[in-house]
Design a binder for this molecule. Sequence first.
Ligand code: TXA
Ligand code: MG
Length: 338
Amino acid sequence: MKTELLSATAAGIDRAAELLKKGELIGMPTETVYGLAADACNPEAVANIFAAKGRPADNPLIVHIADVEMLSEFAEDIPDMAYRLAEKFWPGPLTMILKKKSCIPMITSGGLDTVGIRMPNHEAALMLIKKSGLPIAAPSGNISGYPSPTKSSHMMRDMNGKIAAIIDGGECSVGVESTVISFENCNTVRILRPGGVTREDLLEVVDNVFIDPAILHELQEGQVVRSPGMKYKHYSPKAHIIMVEGEYSEFCNYVNAHTKEGVYALIFDNDNKNEINVVAFNYGGDSIQQAHNIFSRLREMDSLNADTVYVRAPKADGVGLAVYNRLIRAAGFEVIQV
Ligand code: TXA
Ligand code: MG
């Protein structure tokens, strides 16, 4: 199959909508990362998503909608709080886990009776949902386990020849996937995956926000798995990623003591490259920039055939919690304190 690269124009999106209605897969830009899109209610199309990514069948897909009215078409028993959150954060990087209606096939929800729903804040994605008239199931468009795509070229690398088309919507603005939440009771939510909508943002609308322990710590045997995605190795390039946490001078001492061929470093924008003896790349000066750049940088490390990459640990507050969570998983929880 030849994968078409479509422009994010009316003509390109018409073509993508037509393909989606025929059950084909499309690379879809969103503000977070590119998604691998299919008709959420077509079980054969959804099965092809799992096959193209090599994704475990028990890991559910997020369903994307284009207006709040669509929420009650696919979910039921929706708490009031969900509507208040939708009003504040949609379109945007927030996915809400709700009880699913039977029109969402079990293959889409990974066998669960719940479904994650979000309204993306990207014109091309919203137009694609409206023009196709379909709810769109879309996991991140990477091969399972690899860093998520934030440019159409990343998606082409992973999906060329496997899917009908990719819409080129430019670089994703946020750069890490959406915040995934579940509802604990009438005034409490739980963050299952941190993203562009932060704990502090959520507290403007709800009274309590729990952070699931699996966000920062490896799952222990017997621990409750509230989101199947927590179980799997994620976001990892081929290179061995090691997170090093501490002041920049200590970071340099550590890396300089471990210098050999194939070793690289990812550091902050203001860190002085003259202090470090390996090739180093900046990945941002604050959490917003780090979120925007991190996946692209991890992919670049593979283009350079890096063996080992020491990453200076980001600050883990605000959107930084999402960056920290992606990196600690890319590193397989290998963190060195200096
Ligand atoms: O920003 C995003 O969310 C992107 C773009 C394309 O929208 N999508 C995305 O999808 O990141 P994916 O499939 O790569 O990650 C979805 C995560 C997985 O960890 C999955 O386990 C969790 O959300 N999830 C989805 N539905 C769920 C459900 N019903 N219950 C618990 N966790 C769920
Ligand atoms: Mg993903």
